[in-house]
Every structure is written in structure tokens, then in C-alpha cells.
Design a protein around this ligand. Structure first.
Ligand SMILES: [Zn+2]
Length: 688
């Protein structure tokens, strides 16, 4: 058989390349086989290239329609192939899928580079961009034009040939360094093990945690209890271990990772990454890397980021000092004759928290049966937005545990498909997320509606017990469901701007705002019913949840601020960094420290979020989003948490709009003003 006929066979009857005949053209998971993906990817990339070529070779001079909109409409087949593929890679993966991912991902990168680095294509985009003021574009069209242009320009398209070569070299180095940084953190973290054979050293640890430590040891062929630096071991150990020397030892090993001159030392890499990012920003005409990143953020510039960090610091620091004093006093009263050190903090805090609130997961779980919670959460969307969820058994799913719903608007009109996938399985990664199988867009007058999925890892039911959620799991469900509303209620013209395609410091508003309902009695009363006794969740329990959520809240805020300041310090550099990484860090974090600062420890050498993840000049966005969600929810609190008018306004101004306008413009339309930190202060009990 020749290579050609292999391709032909693979393409013929490949469901990924045909029009789906399923309800609402949902993905026919029952027909798609693993071997369909690779040939479909190849065919889809080929078609995508042809579509782009047609734009480049269009004999007419470039216009918004024939270039920007045309480019936006390319690649639909590639999306159609990649969205089920990458969703399954997270929620139902197999060795075969992973092998395909490895094979296809460099080809996809090369394919997307062939478009984003195409000079002829950029020339057309630029020609349209340069006439933008004369084109009388709508806000949404302006956004599309700006994003399209920046997509090329931020990739170096405007540079001279010589600078382009430098840019490519810098990007390559940056890639390699961030990768190496992440691997160093991982290796240094994983190489530490401490075997304890004397049980007396481990008093205070809960029994199931001891079992886990014993299993750690057994996995390593040892007898005893094995400590390590993985979060699942480190965090509970610091919370519960009575032995102060061991706590100190673990803390010190953890806080000096990648900075002690060994094989995995990251100090030099930190300087190099910061300096390469600065060079890239300079090449692109920016003073600092933060200037480059914040251009596409709601915060817009570093001044706005610092304004937020500074305001929160002033508001929370006195409260954090009070919290410290309270934990210190508790420790003193319980036999500690020393000033609390970082390795004492979790330990005494946990004991004080227990004494003050005595509320735990086991007390709450009977009220949060998954089936009840689902009804409550869907019902919330019905009450707020008038939308309805109907299970559709005719829609194919990728696992029998997955449900598919038709989501309809108050007038019965079809809005979206929602898939839900609640329990852990082999082949599903940890965590919780929302994603789409198909985005929303308009094609002329036709509104092509989205297909959304939310995926969790909640404890599954047993033969004797239904699935019971913890309070955190309820919050997680509300969070991901909030993202899904952003995805389902959207109504935009262009796919790249619809739904959750918004700036990173804005995307958590619709999700986090939903979490607020989770501690409202009016909402909980509707579904939080004890599955054994039928009793409603007691008001006292809700009060305790709320109060315990605010325990040490100011300390945690300052901790987040310290990371935010450190991130900004590294990425607002305007001159190459030549100093000492540790000294630089201590100075950047100085104002936020509540616990004693231990010399010769480092955060920068293990700060993967900003040195190997996507959060460079973006760590502030955690706090930014919290301020936004509290501020937005304060409108609901004031007008009633089920107030239709408020919900309508949130839907109209935020949820339908995606990224079609600047987020601050959208937000102000809903709120009537810019957000302030007041509502967050109130929620956290910092201010009455
Ligand atoms: Zn989220």
C-alpha cells in the first residue's frame, strides 16, 4: 500500500472531518476512534493553510472584512479536531492519546508559527491597522483588529531582520531557561526524603496522615514513616507535628531549595530570565516586561497594579499584626516560650482555629449531597438568569459518568450544551476546570451556540453512601459553574473574543462571584438538606463556616501581596539585574512580612508561577480578581442575592460580552463605578 492510499483510507469515513449528525452537532464520541485524530489534524492544518493563503493572495487591497474577519474565520476545522482531542487528553487520557499529543504538538507549533510569522499576511494586517481610525469600527471590531495586530507585533513582526533574529534567539533561550527552572524545582523537591523510625517523633499527626507517611516509606522499600516536601506531606506536617525541631528542619530544607549551590541552583537562572524578559520588552519598545504584559490586562499598567497592592497592604497589615499577636498569645498560653517562627505558624494557628470555630468537613458533608447540590446550583442559574437545564440522553458522551444537558433561555430558545463530569477516574488529571468543546460565534445572522464542559474530581458515591461534598467542593463547583455561565451566555460575533476569551485578570470574575452564594443562608436553605435526617443546614453552622473562612485572612492576604510585590519587582526592572537574588528579594518583600524573616532562604528560586508558569507580571491578578468579585457581589448583597434586575445587568454587561470591549468599560457599565477594595474588606471582616 502506498503512503498516499493510507492517507485516503484514513480520511474517508473519518468522523472528525464530516458534518456531525448528532443533536446540536455535538461531538460523536461513540464514532471517533483514537486513530482518527492524527490524520484529521494533518488534514485540518492543510485546510487552514489554504484558507490563510487565500487571504494573502487576495488581489483586492486589504480591508477589515477581507483580512481581519477572514483570518478570524480560518481554522474552524482545526478547532473542531483539537477541542475533543485536548479535552480528552485531560479528562479521559490514554497512552495512545498521549503518544499522538507528543507527535502532533511540534507540528502544531510549526503550523501556527507559519501563520504568525508570515510577513505577507502581517503586511495586510498592518495595512488595515494603519487605517483603523478611518474605518468606523464598532468597539468589538476594534478589539478584534487590535488583538490581531498585537498577535503579530508582540511576536516581533515589526522588527528589522537583524532584530528579528535576536528576538528569535532570546525567545529560544527564555523557553529553555524557564523549562530548566521548573525541572530544577521539581528535582530538588523530589530528591528530599526523611525516614523516621521512631514513632515518638511524630506525635500530633492524624492517623490517616501517618498511614500515608508509612505508605511513602513502603513505596521506597523502607520501614517507618517517610517525610518529603510534596504539598500533600509538607502542609499537613507543618500543621500537626508537635516536634518543633523536625518542623524547623523541614521548613529550612523547603525554603532553601534551589539556592544552595548544588546541581539545581536557580539563582543564576532567575537573573537570566529576568534579563532576557527585559531585553524582549525593550526590543518591542517597552521599558519593562511588566509594561509589555500589562498592555493586555484589565489593570492596563504597573501603576494600577501597585495602587492595588499598596491599598491592600495598608488596609490588611494592622489586622495581620493583630492575628500574629493572637496566635503568639495562644502559643504562650500553651507552653511556647519563644517568639513564633515561620515553622511554628501553621502549627499554633491550626490549634487556635480549632478551638475558636470547631467546624470541619465531616460536620458539613451530610448537607451537601451531590444530587441536591446540582439541583441547587442549576436552580441558582434559573433564578438569576431564567435559564433551564434538561438532560439530553441522545447526546453522545466520552464516558458513561458524563451527563449532557440542553441549556435553554427563559423564552425556550436553545443557548448551549453543558457537559458535567464529576468523579475521579484513571486517565483524568487532578483538579477542576471548565473548557469548551465548541466556542460561540456569529456567522452573519446565525448564532452558532457553544458546547461547554465542567470537570471535577469529587468523591464518588459508594453502595451505602451518596456522593457527599465538602464545603470546598461546593465552592469549586460554584466556581467552575460560574466559568461555564460565562461560556454559555455569551453572544459575540467573533470566536476569539467570545465567552471566557477575556484578559487574564478579568476571567475569574464570573467564576469567583458565584462562590459568594455558597455561604448565603437563603441559597443554602434551598438544597443543603441532611441526606439522613432531612434537616436543613443550621444557621449556626453557616455562621461558623463564614467566621472560620476569615481566620488569619489578613496574614494570608499579606502573603499573597508579598508574592505580588516580588513578581512586580522582577518584572518592572528597567536595567539588567546584576545584584544578589536573595538580597533583592528580601527588599522587595520587606513591607509585607509579619513572621520573622529567616536569612538565607529564598522564594525566587522556587517561584514556578512566574519563572516557569504563565504568571510573570501577573501574580497580582489573584488579588485583583478577589477585589472584583467582592465588589460585584456587593451589588447583589445590597439588592437581594436573587435580584433579577441585578442579575440581568450582570448578564448583559459582563456574561454576554466576552472580551469584546475593555474589561473596565464592561465592569463600570454593570457597577456604575470602578471597583473599590471596600467590599472585600467587609467580607474579610477587616472593616465593618
Ligand atoms: Zn477559575
Amino acid at each position: 500500500m502506498t503512503a498516499l492510499s493510507v492517507t485516503v483510507t484514513a480520511l474517508a469515513g473519518n468522523p472528525l472531518l464530516e458534518t456531525y449528525k448528532t443533536p446540536h452537532q455535538t461531538i460523536p464520541f461513540n464514532e471517533i476512534k483514537t486513530e482518527h485524530y492524527f490524520p484529521a489534524f494533518e488534514e485540518a492544518m492543510k485546510q487552514h493553510s489554504l484558507e490563510v493563503d487565500a487571504i494573502i493572495t487576495n488581489p483586492q487591497s486589504p480591508t477589515f472584512e477581507n483580512t481581519i474577519v477572514a483570518l478570524e474565520s480560518t481554522g474552524k476545522l482545526l478547532n473542531k479536531v483539537s477541542s475533543p482531542f485536548y479535552n480528552l487528553l485531560s479528562s479521559e487520557t490514554t497512552d495512545e492519546l498521549q503518544a499522538i499529543a507528543e507527535k502532533v504538538s511540534p507540528i502544531l507549533t510549526e503550523h501556527s508559527n507559519s501563520i504568525s510569522l508570515n510577513e505577507k499576511l502581517f503586511a495586510r494586517v498592518k495595512a488595515v491597522y494603519e487605517q483603523k481610525d478611518k474605518l468606523k469600527l464598532t468597539a468589538e471590531q476594534q478589539m478584534l483588529l487590535q488583538n490581531t495586530y498585537d498577535g503579530f507585533a508582540d511576536n516581533g513582526a515589526n522588527l528589522s531582520e537583524a532584530d528579528k533574529a535576536i528576538y528569535r534567539e532570546l525567545s529560544k533561550d527564555l523557553n529553555m531557561l524557564t523549562l530548566q527552572y521548573g525541572q530544577n524545582v521539581l528535582k530538588e523537591t523530589n530528591q528530599y526524603n526523611l525516614l523516621i523510625t521512631d514513632k515518638n517523633l511524630l506525635t500530633g499527626l492524624p492517623a490517616d496522615f501517618m498511614d500515608m507517611l508509612a505508605a511513602n516509606a513502603k513505596n521506597d522499600g523502607k520501614v517507618g514513616w517517610m517525610l518529603n516536601l510534596k504539598t500533600t506531606t509538607y502542609v499537613p506536617f507543618m500543621k500537626y507535628a508537635d516536634n518543633r525541631d523536625l518542623r524547623r528542619e523541614l521548613y529550612m530544607v523547603n525554603s532553601t531549595r534551589c539556592m544552595t549551590g548544588g546541581e539545581y541552583d536557580n539563582r543564576e537562572i532567575v537573573s537570566k530570565i529576568a534579563n532576557i524578559r527585559l531585553k524582549i520588552a525593550n526590543l518591542l519598545g517597552r521599558k519593562s516586561y511588566a509594561d509589555h504584559i500589562l498592555k493586555h490586562r484589565m489593570a492596563e499598567n504597573k501603576q494600577h497594579v501597585y495602587d492595588l497592592l499598596d491599598k491592600l497592604l495598608v488596609a490588611y497589615k494592622p489586622a495581620a499584626e493583630k492575628e500574629f499577636a493572637e496566635v503568639q498569645e495562644y502559643a504562650d498560653n500553651h507552653g511556647a516560650y519563644f517568639k513564633l517562627q515561620p515553622w511554628d505558624w501553621s502549627y499554633y494557628s491550626e490549634k487556635l482555629k480549632d478551638e475558636k470555630y470547631s467546624v470541619n468537613d465531616e460536620m458539613l458533608k451530610p448537607y451537601f449531597e451531590l444530587e441536591h447540590v446540582k439541583k441547587g446550583v442549576f436552580g441558582l442559574a434559573t433564578r438569576l438568569y431564567g435559564i433551564h437545564f434538561t438532560k439530553n440522553h441522545d447526546i453522545p458522551v466520552y464516558n458513561p459518568e458524563v451527563d449532557a444537558y440542553d441549556v435553554t433561555d427563559k423564552n425556550g430558545k436553545f443557548l448551549a450544551i453543558l457537559y458535567t463530569d464529576f468523579h475521579p477516574r484513571d486517565g483524568k488529571r487532578a483538579g477542576a476546570w471548565m473548557n469548551d468543546f465548541k466556542a460561540q460565534w456569529m456567522d452573519g445572522k446565525t448564532d452558532s451556540r457553544p458546547q461547554i464542559t465542567i470537570v471535577m474530581n469529587f468523591t464518588r458515591p459508594t453502595s451505602t453512601k451518596p456522593a457527599l461534598l465538602t464545603f470546598d467542593e461546593l465552592t469549586t463547583l460554584l466556581h467552575e459553574f460560574g466559568h461555564s455561565l460565562h461560556g454559555m451566555l455569551t453572544k459575540c460575533n467573533y470566536q476569539s473574543l467570545s465567552g471566557t476569551n477575556v484578559y487574564r485578570d478579568f476571567v475569574e470574575l464570573p467564576s469567583q462571584v458565584m462562590e459568594n452564594w455558597g455561604s448565603e443562608k437563603e441559597f443554602l436553605d434551598g438544597f443543603a438538606i441532611n441526606y439522613l435526617t432531612g434537616e436543613k443546614i443550621p444557621a449556626e453552622l453557616i455562621r461558623k463556616i463564614k467566621a472560620s473562612e476569615n481566620f488569619n485572612i489578613a496574614y494570608f492576604c499579606l502573603r499573597q501581596l508579598s508574592f505580588g510585590y516580588l513578581d512586580m519587582a522582577w518584572h518592572t526592572l528597567e536595567k539588567p539585574f546584576e545584584g544578589d537574588v536573595i538580597d533583592f528579594e528580601k527588599e522587595a518583600m520587606a513591607t509585607t512580612q509579619i513572621l520573622p524573616v529567616i536569612p538565607n532562604t529564598s522564594m525566587s528560586t522556587t517561584f514556578s508561577h512566574i519563572f516557569s508558569g504563565g504568571y510573570a507580571a501577573g501574580y497580582y491578578s489573584y488579588k485583583w480578581a478577589e477585589v472584583l468579585d467582592a465588589d460585584a457581589f456587593s451589588v447583589f448583597s445590597k439588592n437581594g442575592i436573587f435580584d433579577k434586575k441585578t442579575a440581568d445587568s450582570f448578564r448583559k454587561n459582563i456574561l454576554t460580552k466576552g472580551g469584546t470591549e475593555q474589561p473596565m468599560v464592561l465592569y463600570k457599565r454593570f457597577r456604575g463605578q470602578e471597583p473599590t477594595i471596600d467590599a472585600l474588606l467587609k467580607r474579610n471582616g477587616i472593616k465593618q
